[in-house]
Design a binder for this molecule. Structure first.
Ligand SMILES: O=C(O)CCC(=O)C(=O)O
Length: 276
């Protein structure tokens, strides 16, 4: 009997042709509930409102520092729209967070256990990865009414190995629909290679080539029911739209790279000497 998570020949062929794969009912309701409950605890317990008021966010250097350190931590990013003109939160904090990242897979047992489970490893064995390693993880809230869009991008722009090897796993923790901000992707776009890389050096960060623009008509929605897992090729162009609906769209997304025969590229925004 194949291992849970192993991909069939048909699924592999779809992934190689389209650059994504939606695995319906990948996770049980219990697993989904455990991840959501744990995140609710983290937000309730660790979210430092003093650091995250609007005025703090407007201080560019402090913001950059907080962002770059988030590669090694569990950090909280808030929505500008959650603050009033006085700089105070006008919404409950659980409705104000945009995402939490980028090292849940390292520092939180519930997220760590889930993201490195056997069924996840089986996906990478099916894709012929020899020594896959998680490089970042994020819990995305896509809050009701104010959930921000994620602009079209390729994950290899931000998480680059030589040769490129990044694959994202995106788990719906609530039904993700075209109404509440599901993922959208351009099928087959991974075949046209990486368009730009984000480089971090002593001067800050910049893109090495202009970022292309895309026509919305090229994208298809990747709707997923709660518990569904979307596998995303690192060169696939994907995005999500604003959530203007009254329903949130929680998701957990983590990125995996090959460490055997691959180098972590110079200029990436996060450092991973411990892995490479
Ligand atoms: O969850 C989303 O809306 C988009 C997440 C995503 O594309 C990413 O983290 O690379």
């Amino acid at each position: 009997m194949p291992l849970a998570g192993s991909l069939t020949a048909e699924q592999l062929s779809f992934f190689h042709a389209n650059g994504y794969l939606v695995l319906e009912s990948f996770s049980s309701d219990e697993d989904v509930r455990a991840l959501r409950d744990r995140m609710a605890e983290l937000v309730a317990g660790s979210f430092d409102l003093h650091l995250k008021n609007k005025f703090f966010l407007l201080q560019r250097m402090a913001m950059d520092d907080y962002f770059f350190k988030s590669g090694e931590n569990i950090s909280f990013s808030t929505m500008d729209k959650a603050f009033g003109d006085d700089g105070c939160l006008k919404l409950a904090k659980e409705l104000s967070v945009r995402f939490v990242g980028h090292a849940l897979h390292e520092h939180d047992l519930v997220f760590k256990t889930f993201s490195s489970s056997e069924s996840i490893s089986s996906i990478f064995s099916s894709l012929d990865y020899k020594k896959p390693s998680i490089i970042q993880s994020k819990y995305m809230f896509k809050q009701p009414h104010i959930g921000a869009r994620v602009i079209p991008h390729q994950d290899n722009t931000f998480l680059h190995t030589e040769p490129p090897s990044c694959i994202a796993l995106w788990l719906a923790l609530e039904d993700a629909t075209i109404n509440n901000g599901c993922l959208w992707a351009i099928p087959g776009s991974q075949k046209y290679g990486l368009k730009t890389r984000m480089i971090k050096d002593d001067n800050g960060f910049y893109f090495d080539r202009p970022t292309p623009s895309y026509d919305h008509n090229e994208f298809v929605p990747l709707e997923a029911k709660s518990g569904g897992l979307v596998v995303i090729h690192g060169d696939l162009v994907h995005k999500s739209l604003e959530n203007l609906s009254p329903t949130s769209r929680h998701a957990f997304v983590w990125h995996v790279v090959e460490t055997e025969g691959c180098e972590w590229s110079k200029g990436n925004w996060s450092v991973h000497d411990e892995i490479f």
